[in-house]
Design a protein around this ligand. Structure first.
Ligand SMILES: [Zn+2]
Length: 466
């Protein structure tokens, strides 16, 4: 019965989004075939001792940017790509990512997926699903209804994109096509009208320094666009997913929409839980440029509460590390010339475990839900990804809940050469990561080869339980 490639992980504590229990996990090939206490080890080809460790499902981060954004200058952006970004992901216990892929030239959403798939095949170490970006509401919209057959049923819109904001009828048509096909729509929520008004007011007073980044992208713009996104979903029947909620006021419309029965999913990012707008006025302001900007401590506290009560479903990184430290620092001190984005994949789970679980804000099961299971459910990957069960992909992380680290940019796989968490002390760190049964990271070393990650097929989202 035993064949080459059976692995037995022994003596750890298995954690899913529902419960934690001491168990062994048996893997054959790429798949988990048995989970239970004290499994027989006579047939195992390889044994891994997990005593004292947690066994977590591989992380699923549904919001990253590892393929190059066509609008960025090719010669200037020496940050991360699928290779370095996915190395960091594996080192941080994330085995699947959702790539937000912008179109090149006149690509439709299917063309974009094809192009990104070839990038994944040559470079990625993690499994990938793709949310193609709809940049124009008048171009190749017929491709939207074909996304489910391509097994990638989601797309992304940036509501402040002028070609969408100035064509609301076209945008609604696109969202309706998505709704009719069962395609989930991810919304970046900032309203162009509010951004323009804020910018004009600041320009009039010659207040263009980066220190005014928060004022240039006010919470009112986020709230307004969140309400627009929800209205589109209400009118068309689309399932909506609100990315990187940054402020307390944006939570209200989402909660109200759910009470109404609308399928609205919600995400925040680690920075909105852990950092506040003072960083936009500090010494390292240029390194902290992200969109939306950092908000106030009251917003952070509201987002933590929302994570606890599940009005926020999950935490994703928005990893978008296009610019190196030197390139970020060379930017002018102006919100008119933003070099936005930071790396996040390697530290997502260590930060959320330490600040959330160790500090008693969330349970370890909720941590697993917010960093793996929820995204897998929402995007049609569950239970293949996001849990530890018979038949699931053997994406597993052996996690030392006691290990303490001081974060240093020089220890990370990101090519950007900096992290906004430099010097933070964390408790809890991955020891080993398996992706579809293969040991891809162990004790500081990434072992997977480029292109071993795959474009992972998805079904339409289900509510299937464990
Ligand atoms: Zn993003």
């Amino acid at each position: 019965m035993s064949s080459a490639g059976t692995v037995l992980i022994q003596g750890g504590t298995v954690v899913t989004s529902k419960r934690s229990f001491v168990a062994d996990v048996r893997i054959e090939g790429e798949t988990i075939i048995e989970v239970g206490p004290s499994l027989s080890d006579s047939t195992a080809d390889q044994r891994i001792d997990a005593s004292g460790l947690l066994i977590l499902p591989g992380g699923v981060d549904p919001h990253v940017h590892l393929s190059r954004r066509p609008s960025l200058p090719k010669e200037a952006c020496s940050g991360d790509d699928f290779l370095s970004g996915s190395k960091g992901a594996l080192a941080g216990g994330v085995t699947t990512v959702g790539e937000i892929a912008s179109p090149e030239a006149d690509e439709g959403v299917l063309d974009t997926i094809d192009r990104v798939e070839s990038d994944v095949r040559s470079k990625s170490l993690v499994d990938v699903f793709v949310h193609p970006v709809l940049e124009s509401a008048s171009r190749k919209l017929e491709q939207i209804s074909k996304l489910p057959a391509r097994e990638q049923p989601s797309l992304k819109v940036f509501l402040m994109n002028p070609s969408l904001a100035e064509n609301p009828a076209g945008l609604k048509d696109a969202v309706r096509r998505a709704a009719d096909a069962g395609v989930t729509v991810l919304f970046h929520c900032e309203a162009l009208s509010e951004l323009s008004a804020a910018r004009d007011a600041l320009l009039k007073q010659e207040m263009t320094s980066l220190r005014y980044l928060p004022e240039s992208r006010p919470t009112s713009a986020e709230v307004r666009a969140t309400e627009q996104a929800i209205a589109f979903c209400r009118e068309t029947g689309a399932t909506g997913y609100i990315v990187h909620i940054s402020c307390a006021e944006a939570l209200g419309p989402c909660a109200a929409a759910r009470v109404e029965g609308l399928p609205i999913h919600t995400e925040t990012r680690p920075e909105f839980l852990l950092l506040s707008s003072a960083h936009h006025r500090g010494e390292d302001a240029k390194l902290h440029v992200i969109i939306p900007p950092l908000r106030e401590d009251a917003d952070r506290e509201a987002l933590w509460r929302a994570l606890v009560d599940r009005s926020i479903d999950l935490v994703a990184t928005d990893d978008a590390a296009f610019w190196s430290k030197a390139e970020k620092l060379a930017a002018p001190d102006s919100f008119e010339a933003l070099r936005m984005g930071i790396s996040g994949l390697e530290l997502l789970r260590p930060l959320l475990f330490s600040e959330g679980v160790v500090k008693g804000r969330i349970s370890v099961e909720r941590f697993v839900e917010a960093t793996a299971a929820a995204a897998a459910r929402i995007f049609g990957l569950y239970p293949k990804k996001g849990t530890i069960a018979v038949g699931s992909d053997a994406d597993l992380v052996l996690w030392d809940p006691k290990e303490t680290r001081t974060i240093a940019a020089s220890d990370l796989f990101s090519r950007t050469g900096f992290t906004v968490y430099d010097g933070w002390h964390v408790t809890g760190w991955p020891r080993m990561t398996l992706r579809r049964g293969e040991i891809v990271y162990r004790e500081g070393e990434v072992l997977a080869s480029p292109g071993s990650g795959i474009l992972i097929p998805r079904r339409l989202p289900s509510t299937e339980d464990e």
